[in-house]
Design a protein around this ligand. Structure first.
Ligand code: UDP
Length: 475
């Protein structure tokens, strides 16, 4: 069945806004790398193909980064494949297996492989119409891996990026690798987000590591002063009313101004006040983010020794089509919250953030992270903790589990605190309490955190590394 690719419109963004953030010489390198690539690929397009224009880390990364490539004069474009539920069931299973997690059995059946190949064959004609021989195509994740052979035959330079991985590969992960290997063997380069995720047995000269990055100018990360933070949290129903006359405004990706209008849904009416020391975790309601464990650790180790309050924030769970695990985790959290003594209930806020407008949601997350005294991420597994990078960028002390990519992001005791055993609630709680009750140490951790993100996890570094790779492939 022929399928239509859809293209996502992306506006250019100016490179020079990064100059004051990364410093003159770093900025020059960044600019030269991108403009050098623009020169090297003049007349060619650098395509990104993935499976969704909205939602999820990859879409977030592409929406944030492609504008700078366009701003540098690179004809970077973004297209999304067309597929239906049976295909996504297969790729969701692949996703779980790549994480080393069971997914209704550990193999992809012949029937599933047929669905996968048929769907991508249906997209391949549309891809060939859109993409010219000589173009560079960056394929993202398992959903698009199967397009690599057709694109290579078409005369394209092909990069496959795998955004998923596992610390200690097991047989499940190896099954997924074995499934994907014949397709990605046609790619000129295979990119992983950290060394530990690179598959065994891939040719070294085609394996590249590029760590994820955040953009400092999205609503989620843009600068907000303290008054604006409070105004946004009040408008979003997350902070008790106060005497500010500020409008809860923010700047959208397209440069226009907007206001926060929608409110979070909470378990109770009691809201924190502006001066309350907040411990904040922002995450999907996912067992691997362990929000119930955060509540437990807070109740046991933080609340008795401080006047801290806990905010657990995540997306509003409203639709029956949402990930079925999310309502379940929220329900568990609510059950646990109801069992807390009333004085503790008042100090624990479970907030479902409005999701109707992604940028409004982003700026509320931004304000929550900025209002936090300590940001926590008690994940049981994590490829790369975007929330960790977001909070570190805001100069916040982060207490997180030493799992997956988080171990690369935070240097324990310097740019944050790592807890070795994410299941040890007392250890986690003590670590949070320690930072909460030591403002001088917290400030030092926050400063080092911001420096670390500036150094390693901002868009320019990522764009520069990817530009170097593309340049090498086209030269
Ligand atoms: N996030 C959000 N709103 C929410 C909850 C999460 O925008 O209500 C964002 C969060 O700020 C981060 C992303 O979703 O940018 C989650 O990425 P992360 O790497 O932390 O975890 P993942 O969800 O990819 O496992």
């Amino acid at each position: 069945m022929p399928r239509e690719l859809s293209t996502v419109a992306v506006e250019p963004a100016p490179l020079d806004r990064y100059r004051p953030l990364v410093g003159g010489s770093r900025w020059q390198e960044f600019r030269q790398a991108l403009e050098g690539l623009a020169e090297a690929v003049r007349g060619q397009v650098v395509w990104n193909l993935n499976s969704t224009a909205r939602g999820g880390g990859v879409a977030e990364l592409l929406a944030a980064l492609i504008p700078y490539e366009r701003g540098a004069g690179i004809d970077a474009r973004w297209a999304v494949i067309e597929a239906e539920a049976p295909f996504f069931n297969v790729t969701k299973r692949l996703h779980s297996l790549l994480h080393g997690v069971a997914a209704d059995g550990d193999d992809i059946s012949g029937e599933e492989q047929a669905v996968y190949e048929r769907t991508l064959a249906g997209n391949a004609d549309s891809v060939r119409q859109l993409v010219e021989a000589g173009d560079v195509v960056i394929l993202h994740d398992p959903q698009t891996a199967g397009l690599a052979p057709a694109l290579a035959r078409h005369g394209c330079r092909v990069i496959w990026r795998c955004h998923i991985g596992v610390d200690e590969p097991n047989d499940r992960a190896r099954h997924a690798w074995d499934f994907l290997r014949p397709y990605v063997a046609s790619a000129d380069a295979i990119v992983f987000s950290r060394q530990a995720y690179a598959w065994e047995g891939l040719p070294e000269d085609r394996t590249v590591i590029i760590a994820p990055a955040i953009d400092a100018f999205t609503p989620k990360n843009q600068d907000l002063d303290a008054e604006m933070v409070q105004a946004i949290l009040r408008a979003g129903g997350l902070l008790a009313p106060g005497h500010d006359g500020h409008a809860a405004s923010f700047v959208r990706q397209d440069g226009s101004n907007s206001k926060v209008e929608r409110q979070a849904k909470l378990l109770q009416d009691v809201l924190p006040s502006a001066g309350d020391p907040l411990v904040v975790q922002v995450s999907r309601w996912d067992p691997l983010k362990d929000p119930v464990g955060v509540l437990e650790a807070f109740a046991r180790q933080v609340a008795p020794n401080s006047d801290g309050q806990l905010v657990l924030a995540g997306p509003a769970v409203t639709s029956v089509t949402d990930d079925p695990e999310q309502p379940e985790i929220l329900a568990q959290l609510e059950t646990r919250w109801r069992k807390l003594p009333p004085d503790l209930q008042r100090r624990v806020h479970v907030a479902q953030l409005p999701m109707d407008d992604e940028e409004e949601n982003g700026v509320i997350v931004n304000a929550l992270q900025r209002q936090a005294r300590v940001v926590v991420q008690k994940s049981l597994a994590e490829g790369f903790g975007l929330t960790v990078a977001e909070a570190m960028w805001k100069g916040k002390p982060v207490v997180a589990s030493r799992v997956g990519g988080i171990g690369d992001q935070i240097e324990d005791g310097r740019s944050g605190v790592l807890v070795d055993d994410p299941r040890d609630l007392d250890e986690f709680g003590r670590a949070v309490g320690g930072v909460l009750c030591d403002p001088a140490a917290a400030e030092k951790l926050g400063e080092a955190a911001r420096e670390r993100v500036t150094e390693r996890f901002l868009a320019p570094r990522h764009l520069q590394e990817q530009a170097a790779l593309v340049r090498r492939l086209v030269s």
